[in-house]
Design a protein around this ligand. Structure first.
Ligand code: GLY
Length: 392
């Protein structure tokens, strides 16, 4: 190195000190991330937000709003794209089933201007529960219909019945059943083949836990990447999901709001289990004076703090939507005490994300952890943005 370009010790120390000052601490990085997430649409048009699997939903809902649609109709049309997608294993057709291998769907909607809501829980055989929930709000004096009653209600309105269990979801269900074989009479997949004399058994690649057939990490990554809001955890090559789609819309700053959440819920759940998604105030809540919010992730935790209502209440008290989401996550963290739900640092070992839009057009989303995106459509276009996080 030429002498002139060699740093002197003084220059080196000065540069190090400067680097130390300018390198953001973890807390500063978190703050910067939240500030980046404190967005507002400068265009003054509609704002539609959704979980990360909802890019196509916000795109369509935004177009509908620009054509003058009611905000609830716009988002129910938007989420129907995801409900109809057999490759999204967390919603509608193709959702992962309950422990009996039956897909049971939950959804609720809330219309801001009318302050009316509708919900269906544990609905079978109908791929668009959000549209059925909207009919509960429109056509009945009730807020929620579940199970057989919800199916009969949908049938009476002409919704088509079909088997929602796709071949792929059935395969995962069978894999999950097989994984129970330590406790019951089902065999593991690696025990299926009958040993044939003189035929060498092919060795299955090891799985991370040593149980079940192995699958390349890249396969797992690909599946998770294809389901960005999926809340999917792979264990022994079996997907476990609490994935969902939430979508909220604002017609224009100062305008009308609506919210909708729809899901196949927790995979392998007990038949009849209902999560947060069809519960007004938990998985979804809209107040036309303040804002709209919703949740994805572990529904039990969201129910136990009235998650979406908490987020809207914080916006009512002046929080930016991102901060309101963070507040609700902190509340879950404070209230979670069961050791089976905590990591080594005493933090919730599951994930939850909240999404919110305020009456004046600000929006944001936050999760406990992970590089998760949310979808948003404004006059600047439809896009994915990174959720803020409470932890790293
Ligand atoms: N958040 C979806 C569920 O827990 O069912």
């Amino acid at each position: 190195m030429p002498e002139a370009t060699q740093p002197t010790r003084r220059a080196f120390l000065a540069a190090s000190a400067l680097a130390a000052i300018s390198a953001p601490t973890f807390a500063q990085q978190q703050l910067q991330q939240r500030q980046r997430s404190r967005r507002r649409d400068p265009g003054g048009g509609p704002v539609v937000i959704a979980s990360g699997n909802g890019l196509r939903a916000v795109t369509l809902a935004y177009q509908r709003l620009m054509s003058g649609a009611d905000p609830l109709d716009a988002i129910v049309d938007g989420v129907a794209i995801i409900e109809n997608d057999p490759d999204d294993m967390s919603v509608g057709l193709g959702g992962l089933p309950n422990e009996d291998g039956v897909v049971e769907l939950d959804s609720c909607v809330m219309h801001g201007p009318a302050h009316r809501s509708g919900a269906v829980g544990a609905l079978r055989n109908i791929r668009n529960p959000a549209a059925v929930a909207r009919e509960v709000a429109r056509r009945t004096d009730h807020c929620m219909i579940v199970g057989e009653g919800a199916l009969r209600f949908a049938r009476s309105l002409g919704f088509q019945e079909e088997n929602l269990l796709t071949d792929k979801a059935r395969e995962y269900w069978l894999r999950w059943k097989a994984s129970l074989s330590r406790e019951d009479d089902w065999l593991n997949e690696d025990q299926f083949d009958l040993p044939t004399p003189n035929k060498p058994r092919s060795a299955a690649p090891p799985s991370p836990s040593g149980r079940g057939p192995g699958r390349g990490v890249s396969d797992v990554d690909r599946e998770v990447a294809s389901n960005p809001a999926g809340h999917i955890i792979w264990r022994d090559n079996i997907p476990y999901t609490t994935g969902t789609i939430h979508c909220s819309a604002l017609t224009a700053p100062g305008g009308d709001l609506a919210g909708c959440t729809t899901t196949s819920g927790l995979s392998w759940k007990l038949p009849g289990r209902v999560g947060d998604s069809p519960i007004i105030g938990a998985g979804n809540y809209t107040d036309n004076d303040t804002g709209s919010a919703g949740a994805t992730g572990r529904g039990e935790a969201v129910i136990q703090i009235s998650g979406a209502r908490t987020v809207v209440m914080r916006m009512e008290q002046g929080d930016h939507p991102t901060d309101a989401c963070i507040y609700a996550l902190e509340l879950i963290a404070r209230k979670t005490s069961a050791p089976r739900l905590l990591d080594g640092q005493g933090r919730p070992n599951f994930n939850v994300c909240f999404y919110a839009v305020s009456k004046d057009g600000q929006f944001g989303a936050a999760c406990f952890r992970g590089e998760r995106d949310f979808a948003v459509a404004t006059s600047a276009g439809a896009r994915l943005e990174r959720c803020a996080t409470l932890y790293d």
